[in-house]
Design a protein around this ligand. Structure first.
Ligand code: NAD
Length: 502
């Protein structure tokens, strides 16, 4: 069976009508072979405006449904996702090029955030606050915010949408999703799974969860609409630089989840066997196409040769190939542009004095697919391409002598998403996690930079955009806070002792 036929079988089993992905002007490709697997019809400015109006109308009733009842819809969604996991996970692998285990892991992440959100639907707590006035009570209430626009990237084609949507739905907000133009079929399938849950739920307003297929211009229409209260945008810093100011200009709210340039610091005390595995997965997993991919590695002088020689062996032997075959650990790059960007970064590294190991194209299937051997690049200094995110499997390795100095270097890049230290020394670990340590939104000890769990808040600082999604109290981003002061006395004392007697 060709990939195109298999894709059709999966889409049909997941409940997507053939008309949604056949005969349209927008092509979808599989990076596994480079072949076209779908032809979709993109939205137009008129259909986007109508979708926003439907969502705004849905908000008026959904905000009044009790939160635990809203949670019931998300509970049904998790049931549907469990049933669809094998098919949807395989579709993620076909359209995004992830290994099967990672495709299934992505769907598991959707299930996990649904379970989290169901519990949350009974825990949207506000504070009770001490007031300075007698006979008064002060409290915080959390209310639904409004229509949420989700713009997502190709590399987590469905999980990021689910992180946002599970929280938004229990928080009382309708969702409009503009997925990556590189992974529209997976979006159709994921939306169909949610639609099954909505149908079973029965009492959801029309327009509660909508999907808009199209390119950046469709995302831009959401960004510009004052009827969309929150834009949650995941993608490159380049995209965030356009989207962030546009939302701010209309005083909308945004959650920006942008690029990373994540680093690990390996101290002489580290457990090298464990470090090797963590670095290998962090840097080569998902073919270097995770926002949390390990891109810079600082290794202490005394263990540099020992670790780097072992890493070089791992890089030379890691299995690169068809991600649908179980032995492959590294699948393809998403497209030719990603391959060209990788080669340009490696050329720039060579020009800056770097020694490049690997990074060459690996023949696997047709010429339209882009598989590469991951690249390990020894650099004398953190210069040139090391300072930027190249969305490909390139790990820049540098030496260091003291932890204090290398923490400065670690933080001297524009992005601030994820970071790790490998050490068995308590002082080194605590310094890295302290206010004088890593400046990233995620700081780990003895695990890699990638592979976050949904229970923690996910996101990063600086050019990563500052947004937080998923666990902890990230739900507050999808609600509005009202401070309520209630006077149950017979007097009207004013705050700060102000007198105003009439
Ligand atoms: P991208 O920026 O090219 O596209 C992301 C999404 O933004 C797509 O849906 C695209 O259509 C949309 N878009 C682009 N320009 C837009 C505009 N002007 N207005 C509205 N929408 C617009 O990113 P990509 O190549 O799909 O993904 C890779 C990037 O995403 C990397 O930089 C990676 O680090 C980042 N990423 C970040 C996170 C995170 O949580 N921080 C997660 C995944 C990916």
């Amino acid at each position: 069976m060709t990939l195109r036929d298999e894709t059709r079988t999966l889409l049909s089993r997941l409940g997507v009508a053939a008309a949604a992905y056949q005969g349209g002007a927008m092509a979808s490709f599989s990076p596994v072979t480079g072949e076209q697997i779908g032809a979709l019809t993109p939205e137009t400015p008129g259909t986007v405006a109508a979708a926003i109006d439907r969502a705004a109308a849905a908000f008026r009733s959904w905000r009044l449904v009790p939160a635990p009842k809203r949670g019931e819809l998300v509970r049904l969604w998790a049931e549907e996702l469990r049933a669809a996991k094998a098919d949807l996970g395989r579709l993620v692998s076909i359209e995004a090029g992830k290994t099967l285990s990672e495709g299934l892991g992505e769907v598991q992440e959707m299930i996990d955030i649904c379970d989290f959100a169901v519990g949350l639907s009974r825990q949207l707590y506000g504070l009770t606050i001490a007031t300075e006035r007698p006979g008064h009570r002060m409290m915080e209430s959390w209310h639904p915010l409004g229509v949420v626009g989700v713009i997502s990237a190709f590399n987590f084609p469905v999980a990021v949408w689910a992180w946002n949507t599970a929280l938004a739905l229990v928080c009382g907000d309708p969702v409009i999703w503009k997925p990556s133009e590189k992974t529209p079929l997976t979006a159709l399938a994921a939306q169909a799974v949610l639609t099954h849950a909505i149908t079973r739920f029965g009492a959801a307003p029309e327009g509660l969860a909508q999907l808009l297929i199209g390119g950046p211009e469709i995302g831009a229409a959401l960004v510009e609409s004052p009827k969309v209260a929150l834009i949650s945008a995941t993608g490159s810093t380049r995209m965030g630089r356009i989207v962030g100011p546009k939302v701010a200009a209309r005083f909308g709210r945004s959650i920006l989840e942008l690029g990373g340039n994540n680093a690990g610091i390996v101290c002489a005390s580290a457990d090298l066997d464990m470090t090797l595995r963590a670095v290998a997965f962090g840097a080569m997993g998902t073919a270097g196409q995770r926002c949390t991919t390990l891109r810079r590695l600082f290794v202490q002088d005394s263990i540099y040769e020992a670790l780097v020689s072992r890493l070089m062996r791992a890089y030379a032997s890691v299995s690169v190939g068809n991600p649908l075959e179980t032995q492959a650990l590294v699948g393809p790059l998403i497209d030719r542009a990603a391959f060209d960007a990788m080669q340009a970064a490696l050329d720039a590294a060579r020009a800056a004095g770097g020694v490049v190991h690997g990074g060459t194209r690996v023949a696997c299937g047709p010429d339209t697919a882009f598989y590469v051997r991951p690249a390990l690049v020894e650099m004398q200094a953190q210069i040139g391409p090391v300072l930027e995110e190249t969305f490909a499997p390139i790990l820049y390795v540098m030496r260091f002598s003291t932890l204090e100095a290398v923490i400065e270097e670690h933080n001297a890049v524009a992005a601030g998403l994820s970071s790790s230290i490998f050490t068995l020394d308590l002082r080194e670990m605590e310094l890295f996690l302290s206010a004088a340590g890593s400046d990233c939104g995620i700081a780990n000890v003895n695990i890699g930079t990638s592979g976050a769990e949904i229970g923690g808040a996910f996101g990063g600082e600086k050019e990563t955009g500052g947004g937080r999604e998923s666990g902890s109290d990230a739900w507050k981003g999808y609600m509005r806070r009202a401070t309520n002061t209630i006077n149950y006395s017979r007097a009207l004392p004013l705050a700060q002792g102000v007198v105003f007697d009439i």
